[in-house]
Design a protein around this ligand. Structure first.
Ligand code: MN
Length: 246
């Protein structure tokens, strides 16, 4: 009898300034809700530290069953060939240097990939797309998507309409959902091969997927912050774990 193993899911980490014994010390980490959501969905989380070179990343992707790109700070606009806009936020070059090649390797090797918030933006940029550096200043007709207060994580900020023939609609089980919204950037030019499959009422792209890949899905909202109160928000994590062999 074959035993089904829980799939090993890699999660990329961010850096931050940390002091240890009074000295600035390098740090790789991740806020915990992504880990909790993945565990609740039956996956085994494995944190991927920054500083990995190409050969380490290849080894990693070869051993992982799936990959989760979490939220975080803004991508360096240079990664999509733009000058920095004054309203672009803090960047984390070490996280960019980890996630952009990691994403390309996951796509090349058909490794299942769930990309959340910044992760969706990484997916788009890794494939050649661009971003609004700040919706409020560059696309002022947008709704206020940038709701970052602690009370906002469970606030249903706007509806999201999902394309009826998409993978995302099968994952979420509905063509219309309500989500939180803690992002000030969004997809501007969609990368070749990516499909925008869900939108906010103002036209901002809220989910993307890659057609010629078994499971490469990006969500602009934060299901990991909602799943304990809105059980349907565990569905993207379950779908990742299932695609990864669980
Ligand atoms: Mn939004």
């Amino acid at each position: 009898m074959g035993q089904i193993k829980a799939p090993l899911i890699g999660l990329s980490t961010h850096t931050r300034p940390v002091e240890l014994f009074g000295r600035p010390t390098p740090f790789s980490g991740l806020t915990f809700p992504y880990i909790e959501a993945l565990r609740a969905a039956g996956g085994i989380p494995m944190l991927l530290p920054h500083g990995a070179g190409e050969s380490e990343l290849r080894e990693l992707v070869g051993r992982l069953d799936g990959l989760l790109l979490p939220g975080g700070v803004d991508l360096d606009p240079a990664s999509y060939g733009e000058e920095r806009h004054p309203a672009c936020g803090r960047i984390d070059p070490a996280q960019d240097a980890l996630e952009l090649p990691l994403t390309r390797l996951a796509l090349e090797s058909d490794t299942p990939l769930l990309a959340i918030c910044r992760g969706l933006q990484v997916l788009n940029v890794a494939l050649g797309g661009t971003l609004w550096q700040d919706l409020a200043s560059q696309r002022p007709e947008s709704l206020d998507h940038a709701q970052f207060g602690p009370e906002n994580r469970l606030t249903l900020v706007h509806p999201v309409e999902i394309e009826a023939d998409s993978m995302v609609v099968r994952i979420m089980g509905a063509t219309s959902i309500q989500t939180n919204s803690s992002h000030h950037q969004a997809v501007r030019e969609l990368a070749p091969g990516l499909r925008a499959v869900a939108h906010a009422p103002d036209g901002v792209i809220e989910a993307v997927e890659l057609s010629d890949h078994p499971f490469a899905v990006g969500l602009q909202w934060h299901p990991e912050a909602m799943f304990r109160h809105y059980p349907e928000m565990l569905r993207p994590f379950r779908a990742l774990v299932e695609a990864a062999g669980g």
